[in-house]
Design a protein around this ligand. Structure first.
Ligand code: NI
Length: 268
């Protein structure tokens, strides 16, 4: 058996990978095969996430090519020092396309600080107001900037915009604050790691009605594929782990997280 292929899901269980980067060059050699594996594994829909101009164009092209792939367009905090005006014009022009379902990923990364924090903060504000104008939900990236992220979301009254904190790494209090603002919390593959005690505790306490699942592929590969390239098919390991932690049938986790993603991104 191919080590990349997990056990097949029950054919009636369908999942949505709410955050992948299928346009990244990591998939240039075998993108079609990766997408086919996801479909074969019951991954019903995939949101592929732009992080800059080139990636947004490619994400939208993929969304147009595959009926079950949707695109989010945005400027990642890593790229906040780049000129954003061309990208923001592109986003405005494409926002009406039915395959564009969110703005992002956007936010703050004070761990790597690949762009100056002032640029990250400015770009975050700009994209939140763009999302408000374009009436699209947002996908938030937050690494080592929990307090700042929540403060900006409150300041921009993000409650009216709606969205998801992707690859959630904050504490329960932050999760509750975001849920109070109407946001969803997205659980990544790291939940399958033995040493992810905080995340396990969080999954136990958070209501299933506010959870999404994601791979963040090609990054954050879940157990038992840790160390290899990630791909959307592996989102089922996230669902499995949530079911185990919450002591629920996988079917229930699949149904709820799929419904949550459909509602947030208004997927058909
Ligand atoms: Ni991402």
């Amino acid at each position: 058996m191919n080590p990349r292929t997990p056990e097949p899901l029950d054919p009636f269980i369908m999942l949505i990978d709410s955050h992948a980067h299928l346009e990244m060059s990591d998939y240039d050699a075998d993108r079609d095969a990766v997408i086919k594996r996801a479909l074969d594994q019951g991954i019903e829909k995939i949101i592929t996430i732009g992080i800059g101009m080139k990636e947004c164009e490619q994400a939208l092209a993929l969304a147009r090519a595959y009926p079950f792939i949707y695109a989010a367009l945005g400027l990642h905090p890593h790229n906040a020092k780049r000129d954003s005006s061309r990208l923001f014009d592109f986003i405005k022009e494409r926002a009406g396309n039915e395959k564009v379902v969110a703005l992002g990923e956007m936010g703050l990364d004070f761990y790597k600080n690949w762009s100056p924090q002032q640029d990250q903060i400015r770009c975050f504000h700009e994209q939140l107001s763009l999302a408000r104008e374009l009436k699209l939900p947002v996908i938030i990236h937050d690494r080592d900037a929990h307090a700042e992220t929540v403060a900006i979301l409150k300041e921009e009254q993000a409650r009216d915009i709606g969205g998801v904190i992707h690859c959630f790494s904050g504490d329960y209090r932050m999760a509750s604050e975001c849920i109070d603002m109407g946001f969803y919390i997205s659980i990544p593959g790291t939940v399958t790691f033995k040493n992810a005690a905080t995340l396990h505790e969080m999954v136990k306490k958070l209501p299933l009605e506010r959870l999404l699942i994601e791979t963040d592929a090609p990054f954050l590969t879940p157990h038992p594929f840790r160390g290899k390239r990630n791909e959307p098919a592996y989102v089922r390991y996230v669902a499995d782990k949530i079911a185990e932690i919450k002591k629920l049938p996988l079917e229930e986790v699949a149904r709820a997280t799929t419904e949550n993603a459909i509602n947030l991104f208004r997927l058909s």
